[in-house]
Design a protein around this ligand. Structure first.
Ligand SMILES: Cc1ncc(COP(=O)(O)OP(=O)(O)O)c(N)n1
Ligand SMILES: Cc1nc(C(=O)O)sc1CCOP(=O)(O)O
Ligand SMILES: [Mg+2]
Length: 215
């Protein structure tokens, strides 16, 4: 039997119609088990949306996440997470440090840290008080110019060596996620395979839940 693994949704890089997206979003969260959502409005080249757009999206989506008992995190920006009352923040190696994010948001907040394909970065993040470490990219992705490629063996090693939860990210689909679940990923972070699913995001969430359960 494999350990528990849960879905971690990342919003599409851009949201053209917030009202229409909110409906899709609520449908996705209602379709099955989703542990967490990260509001990430950023182009594949790394250009982030304005603070106003991020806060407007958070104002609309955060209550929906709360209604479904799903944690709501903001990408990159502890200051915006504080401003909108999010449950936490995900920071990368070029963003605010984990310690700064923790100092701003407090002990109860969730702080996740990008660790690429590096045990060393993950151990440092753990020491700094991260609630989870994220490894990637496991598969090719169009959502971001991912700087590193990660191997499932890293998840195996991490899960064997530590108790800190790990997130797998990058090009994950219901079809390719089995190896990551079996290797020990605690969460699968997914954007494209959910929001661009032909059958719609709710069907994608169901397909991920089924694939995780079957792994
Ligand atoms: C869960 C999760 N893992 C990794 C990332 C990537 O963060 P980062 O390296 O800071 O890159 P951007 O997302 O900011 O482009 C993430 N956002 N979420
Ligand atoms: C935001 C992000 N970070 C990555 C990393 O490797 O750190 S890969 C990635 C994109 C995730 O979206 P999708 O599920 O569409 O591939
Ligand atoms: Mg970042």
């Amino acid at each position: 039997m494999t350990h528990d693994c849960r879905l971690y949704l990342i919003t599409p890089p851009a949201i053209a119609d917030l009202d229409a997206f909110a409906e899709e979003f609520a449908g996705a969260l209602g379709a099955g088990d989703v542990a967490c959502v990260q509001l990430r409005l950023k182009s594949p080249e790394g250009v982030a949306a304005s603070d106003d757009d991020i806060l407007r999206a958070a104002e609309k989506l955060l209550p929906l996440a709360r209604a479904h008992d799903v944690a709501f995190l903001i990408n990159d920006r502890p200051d915006l997470a504080l401003k909108c009352g999010a449950d936490g923040v995900h920071v990368g190696q070029s963003d605010a440090s984990c310690k700064k994010a923790r100092a701003l948001l407090g002990e109860d907040a969730t702080v996740g840290v990008t660790c690429h394909n590096s045990k060393h970065l993950a151990l440092i993040a753990g020491e700094a008080g991260a609630d989870y470490v994220a490894f990637g990219a496991f598969f090719p992705t169009r959502t971001k110019e991912a700087p590193t490629v990660a191997d499932p063996a890293l998840l195996e090693w991490w899960s064997f060596a530590t108790t800190l939860p790990c997130v797998a990210i990058g090009g994950i689909t219901p079809e390719n996620c089995g190896d990551l679940v079996r290797a020990g990923a605690d969460f699968l972070a997914v954007s494209g395979a959910v929001w661009s699913c032909e059958d719609g995001p709710a069907a994608a969430v169901k397909a991920f839940n089924a694939a995780i359960a079957a792994a």
